[in-house]
Design a protein around this ligand. Structure first.
Ligand code: ADP
Ligand code: MG
Length: 724
């Protein structure tokens, strides 16, 4: 082992044993949860009763609130924040960069006599004015048109961001241009929730159910990697791109399946406890943690919340993981594919629709065939996926996620719905008429009297499906680990709103003058609508192995879309149907929608360019010199000995160097060629730059297997994945 590599290991190991921060007090869950949020608990304590009630109505039912309450809320919020040591407040928003942004203002306000007072007015709370021109706008804003506004979202609680040296108050906001066009991820999400609410309540009325609010619920399962920061800093590719651009496959990867659900190492556990404690304080219900499939890979999942809060919280989870890791000398990699040949990271987006009275509309109950409400809503989801496969694929499109989707470890780029045996069987029955039975779960005896008898579900799970029914919700699994879950949920909400609209009209027609209170009238009408929808949407159902090549052929035969790359997907955004659904349901205007296409294509292009330039630099300034040094050593050695073996080694290294040169020449050529408009540029990166990067990588990885460890300039996969 080289002295340099060994020094890394020692540094990593020392940190793991002794260099960790002092132990934290374990959190008192019932007491500390939400301590750093200005949520209902704090509001009840600090606001006059009527103001409190109007805030709760806004938070729980999306009710309009009177702007006269803003001054009172702002004052209370400020006092609370000051008591916690805050000096600044910030409108916190989600620009189209995919990250979050905030401009901080201090609470100080000069008053007469040169004294300073602290202040947060209602106006400060309601509206901010960040410069819009420095955020991606996709043509919605020109560089000189700088005005943009942030608008307070009272449905997501304000929170405190704290570190050892201070604290600020973050106020969740929507971000729009001077013309009122959405420049962010939150505005369309809120609009899509409203649209879904309207359509769902209209349908529920037909079922005789009157509620005040319907909303989508979301629970995200976040996967991530942890590596020692010692290695991170020595990898320009990780620093610049968040993923390794080269790296030979290590002898031990994940083939032994010994990491999944395995014992969590001491240092990782310390990190997790610290991160979770922070999340509890922020009112984020972190629930599950475990080792994931790949070495160095982990998962965290919170309990589900309404989709707006869940999306805000998802951002805070990513941020908290990244920060907490640094305290333990670790770096949290949120990239979709940090290591080639090793499982990538996704973010399963568990999604359902619920009423404010707590009724989960995707809860099948024990006998779904006799539950018309469930059958109606479940069919609406199936229709949504069928009709808008392209939008779902678009919603998860990124250069990073392209490495994952379809790479036999993540769902393919082809969208399909998995229902499980029980529901599949019901939809089979519906082919020929009404469904008359539901398969039941059973009991399982484990062969040992001392062990409990376990209830067995009516169907197994399928982990290869991109869109799977998992008991009382659907799980959209193609979402990337580093992305905001906002747009995927916008698409789900708006597609669902459309399905409920169309199917709701069909149901009203099918009911005619019949009385929906009569169970058989209602169930006949629902059956009719469901059968009609399924006649068209059935090809989207698939229960088999989504990784299997045979499925890809079958999917093509069925006419399902297979949008392999980000560019393939984003190009579909100009399809009329996609523009229309967003416009018709008031979620994004045509201009707003197409601006997103522009922004995402541009992001793709820029990401690929950063990767290509980083790879070029690593290959030329690190890999090539190491290979040449070794070649020189071999040349000297062969001059002194007639060894046949040295001769072979020499020619292997020499031909490796030639391959690398050839790859670099191809990459330079691809990078020099310019397309034209954004779409042509992105297409060029996808078709020419990405393959050339693959060629350079292959040459580097071949050299890594030849060049002596003491000459190899980068930490290896083995170092990064196994040395903690
Ligand atoms: P799984 O079904 O994947 O084994 P869990 O029951 O632990 O696992 O759920 C995974 C995620 O799904 C969690 O975030 C959980 O809160 C979320 N979830 C459960 N029910 C719903 C629901 N009705 N709507 C949205 N998400 C849900
Ligand atoms: Mg799951």
């Amino acid at each position: 082992m080289s002295s340099m590599t060994f020094a890394h290991h020692v540094a990593a190991a020392t940190k793991a044993s002794g260099g960790m921060p002092p132990p934290l007090e374990p959190p008192d869950l019932e007491f500390c949860f939400g301590e750093r949020t200005f949520g209902p608990v704090e509001m009840r304590k600090r606001l006059p009763k009527q103001v409190f009630q109007s805030m709760v109505a806004a938070m729980e039912k999306g009710a309009a609130w009177d702007s006269s309450v803003a001054d009172i809320v702002a004052q209370a919020m400020k006092e609370w924040a000051l008591e916690h040591g805050a000096t600044h407040f910030a409108h916190w928003f989600q620009p189209l960069t995919g990250a979050t942004a905030a401009k901080h203002d201090s609470f100080l306000s000069p008053s007469i006599g040169g004294k300073i007072v602290t202040k947060l007015s209602g106006a400060d709370l309601i509206q901010g004015e960040p410069d819009a021109s420095s955020f991606p706008g996709g043509g919605l804003r020109a560089t000189h048109e700088a005005r943009g506004y942030t608008a307070w979202d009272p449905t997501s609680p304000a929170f405190l961001v704290k570190n050892r040296n201070g604290c600020y108050l973050a106020i969740p906001t929507a971000f729009v241009s001077w013309t009122g066009e959405a420049l962010d991820h939150k505005t369309p999400l809120l609009r899509s929730i409203d649209t879904l609410d309207r359509q769902a309540r209209r349908v529920l009325k037909l079922f005789g159910i009157n509620v005040e609010r319907v909303y989508s619920t979301v629970g995200t399962e976040q996967e991530y990697f942890l590596i020692d920061e010692e290695y991170f800093y020595r990898r320009p590719d990780l620093v610049n791109c968040g993923r390794t651009l080269i790296g030979a496959k290590p002898p031990k990867g994940q083939q032994l399946d010994d990491h999944y659900f395995g014992d969590i190492e001491e240092r990782m556990m310390a990190f997790m406890l610290a991160a979770e404690k922070e999340l509890y304080l922020l009112g984020i219900p972190a629930k599950t943690r475990h080792n994931e499939v790949a070495p160095g890979q982990y998962e965290i999942a919170p309990v589900f919340e309404d989709s707006n809060r869940a999306t805000d919280h998802q951002h805070l989870i990513m941020r908290t993981l990244a920060r907490a890791a640094r305290q333990y000398g670790l770096v949290c990699l949120l990239h979709e594919k940090p290591f080639a040949g090793i499982n990538g990271s996704g973010k399963h987006n568990n999604w359902s629709v619920s009423t404010d009275t707590g009724l989960n509309l995707l809860d099948p109950g024990p006998t779904p065939h006799s539950n018309p409400l469930f059958m109606f809503f479940c069919t609406a989801v199936i229709r949504s996926v069928f009709k808008h496969q392209d939008l779902l694929r678009i919603s998860v499109a990124s250069a990073a996620n392209d490495h994952r989707l379809g790479a036999n470890e993540a769902p393919p780029a082809i969208m399909s719905v998995f229902l499980g045996e029980q529901l599949s069987n019901i939809y089979e029955q519906l082919k020929d008429g009404p469904a008359t039975s539901s398969m039941r779960g059973s009991k399982m005896f484990l062969g040992v009297t001392g062990l409990p008898t376990l209830p067995k579900h009516a169907g197994d799970r399928n982990r290869t499906s991109p869109f799977a029914f998992t008991g009382n919700k659907f799980e959209f699994r193609a979402v990337g680990s580093s992305q905001s879950v906002s747009f995927p949920n916008v698409v789900l909400n708006v597609a669902m709103a459309e399905s409920l609209d169309v199917m709701g009209q069909a149901l009203a027609t099918a009911l005619g003058d019949g009385d929906p209170a009569d169970e058989s009238v209602l169930s006949d009408a629902v059956t009719r609508v469901v059968r009609e929808v399924m006649d068209e949407a059935r090809p989207i159902l698939f229960e088999g192995d989504n990784y299997d090549e045979a499925w890809h052929q079958e999917a093509e035969r069925r006419g399902l879309l297979n949008l392999r790359t980000t560019v393939d997907a984003l190009e579909r955004m100009t399809d009329r149907k996609n523009i229309d659904i967003f416009e018709y349901y008031d979620v994004l205007s045509e201009r707003e929608f197409l601006a997103r296409q522009e922004v995402w294509l541009e992001q793709y292009e820029m990401n690929i360019d950063i990767e290509a330039e980083t790879l070029d630099a690593i290959a030329r300034t690190q890999v090539m010199p190491a290979a040449v040094a070794y070649l020189n050593a071999l040349i000297s050695a062969s001059a002194g000995s007639g060894s046949h073996g040295i001769g072979i080694a020499k020619s292997e290294v020499a031909s490796g160097i030639d391959d690398l040169q050839a790859g670099l020449a191809a990459l330079s050529k691809a990078m020099a060629a310019h397309g034209g408009d954004t779409q042509a540029n992105a297409r060029h990166r996808c078709d020419h730059v990405v393959p050339a990067m693959g060629q350079v990588r292959a040459a580097c990885d071949a050299l890594e297997r030849l060049v002596p460890a003491h000459l190899w300039p980068l930490p290896t996969y083995q170092d990064m994945l196994f040395v903690h």
